[in-house]
Ligand binder design. Sequence first.
Ligand code: 5GP
Ligand code: ZN
Length: 118
Amino acid sequence: MCLFCKLVNGEIPSNKVLEDDNFIAFHDINPIAPVHILIIPKVHVEKFQDVKPAMMAEMTIFIQEVAQKMGLDASGYRLVTNNGEDGGQEVPHLHFHLLGGGRLKWTHLHHDNPKESM
Ligand code: 5GP
Ligand code: ZN
């Protein structure tokens, strides 16, 4: 079973910020911004490329609620999903990174040598 399915089951603990019947938002274990929340569906969907539009419609509302709860809705934030190998996805369960809490950098992301990114 995948890491985030274990987290949904409660086999792995998480620091949750919001939960409903279909989605969970929790703090990233290794934050890269003052606020770094991960948002996942409870059902296993591997990546954004596989998600059904109806689920994304529901997830959009949930993500907006999380941003509001974290106090980022007015100040702004970044929403990222790493999709597949070249996208740098490490956990194969769809998740959005909600990043904020200060002005974020926007920088060149490409590595000629993929090992450099590890
Ligand atoms: P990805 O690289 O797949 O887009 O992002 C995976 C994210 O999951 C990383 O930011 C990483 O810090 C986070 N992560 C990995 N394992 C755990 C865990 O057990 N708990 C939490 N809260 N975050 C995790
Ligand atoms: Zn999963």
